[in-house]
Write a protein that binds this ligand. Structure first.
Ligand code: GLN
Length: 428
């Protein structure tokens, strides 16, 4: 019997001169791969071990230079965009292109080998005109970012000798903070996904990942994806059962149009789910404040506590901003999830309206699928109409609670209980 050979491809677009310089003047020399060019952006690190095709295409990374802390990258190559899921969405990518400005890794695998591999990582970067550097000390870089906080950086990959002074000039004029990336990542026109006969969920696209659309369809809806600046009236013209405000890049405060629509969604008690940027937007719309984290949360094993039942879930995250819990007071929102590492807010829920939001990524991709239940809870909330389910109901879904035999509250048992109470009262 003949077995199909696993495709094995050699990296080819490598070996250029390459340099990264940071705001604090530190310089990292490495070997360039991908597309020879010069870029500047905010340098961030992600601690995930797998999923570079999903990570690199996550629109939330727009404007950022990404350092992956896992040391060996590229070994399984890049699959074809033509591999689709059952809903016709690309299976291994979160948008249609690479979103990071540059990629920084410790070691690029010499060969790529996987059944789905159709090109190498360096080839993909080359074709999408993205520079990459390998051979730098990513551990030293990450430690620097952890101590100092995220910094602006400039990357050059060049076929010729590197002009460091020029790179420094590029760095000095680079900006990330306060930029509005929405026009670059959002859809410019309405798009529809899923079975037309199903009820509709509108997604306000502030840089939505395909996996979010996939999970909304999975819970039994069709999706209408609207531009980030769609008004409340435009959203409602589709008669949606609920609205999802998606993930996305940059500071949530610059998304003023989406915040305006979110305020109206809150006012009208429209069932709404916010994810990552959407969580921050809902908080701002409710009157809370957001702030920039020192170096953010980017990884696939971030522990979060669901405050309704104190269970800890392993979550996938990619955010550089957070909600200030001290400002939630008069908003009507309370904390739903907390990060077990540093107690930052990882989700909020409205106390009286059908509105919930998470800072992490319930859709994962890449990362663990532990929090898929967030989508199912959203469906329950839509079904119930007004109020999110109480905490007790959530606790009853835990394994321990299920295993516990239920007490029978028969009439006799109730009478006995009453007698006991009367006796106790007499003793006092
Ligand atoms: N993944 C996201 O939606 C990120 C949200 C926001 N841009 C942040 O960095 O916090």
């Amino acid at each position: 019997m003949r077995v199909q050979k696993i495709p094995t491809l050699q990296q080819t677009y490598t070996g250029y001169a390459a340099k990264l310089i940071l705001e604090d003047d530190s310089v990292f020399d490495g070997i360039g791969f991908g597309y020879p060019s010069e870029v500047a952006g905010e340098v961030v690190f992600n601690t995930g071990m797998v999923g570079y095709t999903e990570t690199l295409t996550d629109p939330s990374y727009r404007g950022q230079i990404l350092c992956m802390t896992y040391p060996l990258v590229g070994n399984y190559g890049v699959p074809s965009f033509n591999i689709k899921d059952e809903y016709g969405l690309p299976k291994f990518f979160e948008s249609d292109k690479i979103q990071v400005k540059a990629l920084l890794i410790h070691d690029l695998s010499d060969i790529a080998s996987h059944w789905s591999c159709t090109r190498t990582l360096d080839q993909w970067l080359y074709e999408e005109k993205i520079p990459g550097i390998y051979g730098i000390d990513t551990r030293a870089l990450t430690k620097k970012l952890r101590v100092h906080g995220v910094m602006m950086g400039a990357v050059v990959v060049s076929e010729n000798a590197i002009d460091e002074a020029r790179l420094k000039r590029a760095l000095s004029s680079a900006k990330y903070e306060g930029l509005n990336f929405m026009p670059e990542v959002s859809t410019s026109e309405p798009k529809e996904y899923g079975d037309k006969s199903k009820d509709c969920i509108v997604v306000l696209d502030t840089g939505v990942k395909y996996s979010i659309i996939r999970n909304i369809i999975r819970t039994g809806y069709r999706v209408v994806r609207l531009p980030w600046d769609a008004t409340y009236e435009q959203v409602m013209s589709y008669n949606p059962k609920g609205v999802v405000i998606s993930n996305g890049p940059g500071d949530p405060k610059v998304c003023t149009d989406t915040i305006k629509t979110a305020s109206k969604l809150i006012k009208e008690s429209t069932p709404t789910l916010g994810i990552c940027l959407g969580n921050q937007i809902l908080a701002l719309a409710g009157g809370a404040n957001t702030y920039k984290l020192k170096f953010g949360h980017r990884g696939q094993n971030k522990p979060c506590v669901d405050r309704r039942n104190n269970q800890v879930y392993v979550t996938s995250q990619n955010h550089g901003y957070g909600i200030d819990p001290k400002t939630l007071g008069k908003t009507g929102f309370k904390v739903w999830f907390e990060n077990a590492d540093d107690d930052t807010v990882e989700g909020i829920e409205h106390k009286s309206k059908p509105i919930i939001a998470v800072q992490f990524h319930p859709e994962a991709s890449p990362g663990p699928y532990d929090c898929m239940y967030v989508f199912d809870r959203f469906k329950e909330i839509i079904g119930n109409g007004v109020k999110p389910e109480p905490a007790v109901a959530a606790a009853a879904t835990t394994k321990a609670a299920k295993a516990r035999p239920k007490k029978k509250t028969t009439k006799i048992a109730a009478k006995k209980k009453k007698k006991k109470e009367v006796r106790r009262g007499a003793k006092r």
